[in-house]
Design a protein around this ligand. Sequence first.
Ligand SMILES: Cc1cc2nc3c(=O)[nH]c(=O)nc-3n(C[C@H](O)[C@H](O)[C@H](O)COP(=O)(O)O)c2cc1C
Length: 353
Amino acid sequence: MQVDLRQSWWIRDIEIPTRLVLAPMAGVSVQAFRRQGRRYGAGLVCSEMVSCAGLEHRNERTLGYLRVSRDEHPLAIQIFGSEPSVMAEAARMVAAAGADIVDINFGCPVRKVTKTGAGATLLDDPDRACRIVEAAAGAIDIPVSVKMRRGLENGSRRCLEVGPRLVLAGAQALALHPRSARQMYTGEADHSLTAELVELVDVPVIASGDITSRARAQAVLATTGAEAVMIGRAAQGNPWALREILDDVPQEPTPEEIVAELVLFMRETVRELGERRAGGFLKKFYGWYLGRGRFPRPFKQELVQLETTGQVERRLFETVPGARFALARIEQDQPTVDDVLLEDMPISIYGGG
Ligand SMILES: Cc1cc2nc3c(=O)[nH]c(=O)nc-3n(C[C@H](O)[C@H](O)[C@H](O)COP(=O)(O)O)c2cc1C
């Protein structure tokens, strides 16, 4: 039986209009990525993980992650850290910035994070993990969710012990990426654990890991009972994957559509990060958009060598002139970035740094 991916569902009182969630990805999930994800059918989008210590110290760059635009709701902002009181304060700041959900990261396997006692290591310290969730949930009126791995070591089933306890502590939804932290991104996500977790808790479970096609999304939803699937790497430079998974229209985008989406993404990212940071940040996206056999490889290599994003944009339009019209059509359908960003910049309440 086919699951209706356009059916809405709820995280407590937050209605999520589709069963697709755009994954939080550090170095990827900028506002442009999230707004694009919403346009292509993600029902919920998520920021990359934000350091609670950075928020505590009012680090300017960290505060930048709290920019919320009007057209990305419902939006979860993800925080990471290991001190319950600091996480509670970070949750308050996230709620004040206008997010709909505070998501807590108990999944990051990267050493820089785990050595501070945050991310996936908290799965081995369930008491502290529960205190963090309790402190965050007690500090705010919006729901708290948790994203986690299966455990630290290969074969671990720790998520099945910790998950129900996190719900008792106040988590209103759980996202599970059923790989171990040790695995990083190798091997396969074992969604039989997702099915077991669904049986153990009475809050929505979101299945994350290796969902790259409509068939896979359908199979995971049907066999696990998860409320939604989360799409990560498949959507990098490829919002069309979301549309295909949602509506079963496996249609390759035209070169005009690809370049239009890329240029829009570049312009928004430059506004968000500034030209200098955006220049480096965007390089990986050229490959993601133009790869997959869509453009010849030397073209991408040429773009990566160019110095400014303005030069890249000119080169893209020279190569695919019709992209200008495709871009105008997209811009007609969405509020202009300046309106959205300037009106909703609650970051100013923190004085920026
Ligand atoms: C580049 C990259 C950055 C990521 N950053 C985060 C993060 O900040 N927070 C988080 O919870 N998961 C993060 N993840 C994990 C993803 O959210 C997702 O669980 C994982 O990639 C598996 O899903 P996929 O197979 O659809 O990519 C990241 C993954 C990638 C590839």
